[in-house]
Design a protein around this ligand. Structure first.
Ligand code: MLT
Length: 235
């Protein structure tokens, strides 16, 4: 029998899914999990995800950079916001980062009962798929959404992953079927398709016309990211 793949479309649905003994992939395409992959691929030593702005600020010191956003904008007093473009090798190499975001970092904490927690973004799609295929374990694709609402970009990405796992894994799941349909709808031009996503519209209102396209660069940061000892590290 093949291992299963499931999709959790929103954090509110996580308690309905048994994640013990499974690999959970955290997905927050715009932008937490994209930023995490970019920072670690560009040489950051570790990223500590925390839930609150206050907790993040308590790390501020010579050895930690404090990063993140609230409602899509850099939080006050932080060194960095949450755009992958801010995390170039010149500024991030060798650094430890503490990160808090509106949705994505909370999901990492919510998934603590999982056998293994990994980070998924378009930046690391192929290395992640290779790892999931080889590990032959049940997989839960956990979409961060936006404030507990389902969103397009995380669901679409979950569809790409399930499509790639169709030989190694099996499912009996309506969210998986929905996500696969989204891939069909979007595949001609996924970036254009996602311009209708609410967070893409929010970015536009905030004057950010760049990050949607940036976060859709397939395999631009081919790094496998694991959560280990309360930190995200490149495996
Ligand atoms: C989040 O965690 O909610 C996001 O990554 C939001 C963002 O960066 O705009």
């Amino acid at each position: 029998m093949k291992p299963t793949v499931e999709i959790v479309l929103s954090p509110l649905l996580l308690p309905l899914t048994d994640i013990k003994g499974k690999v959970v992939v955290i997905i927050d395409i715009l932008r937490a999990t994209s930023t995490i992959c970019a920072a670690l691929d560009n040489g950051a030593k570790s990223i500590t995800p925390v839930i609150s702005v206050e907790e993040a600020l308590s790390y501020q010191s010579d050895s930690y950079l404090v990063a993140g956003e609230r409602n899509g904008e850099k939080a006050e007093g932080f060194d960095f916001g949450n755009s992958p473009l801010e995390y170039s090798r010149e500024v991030i190499e060798g650094k430890h980062v503490v990160l808090t975001t509106t949705n994505g970092t909370k999901c990492i904490h919510a998934a603590k009962d999982a056998d293994e927690i990994l980070i998924g973004s378009f930046f690391n799609l192929s290395v992640l798929v290779d790892y999931l295929q080889a590990s032959n374990k049940p997989v839960v694709l956990f979409c961060a959404g936006w404030k507990n609402q389902v969103n397009l970009e995380d669901t679409l990405y979950a569809g790409y992953i399930t499509q790639a796992l169709s030989n190694s894994h099996e499912w009996e799941s309506d969210p998986v079927e929905m996500a696969l349909d989204l891939v069909e709808k979007a595949k001609k031009d996924p970036t254009h398709y996602l311009t209708r996503a609410s967070h893409a519209k929010r970015f536009k209102r905030l004057g950010n016309n760049i990050d949607l396209g940036v976060c859709m660069e397939f395999n631009a940061h081919p790094v496998l990211v694991k959560y280990h000892n309360n930190k995200l590290v490149s495996a």
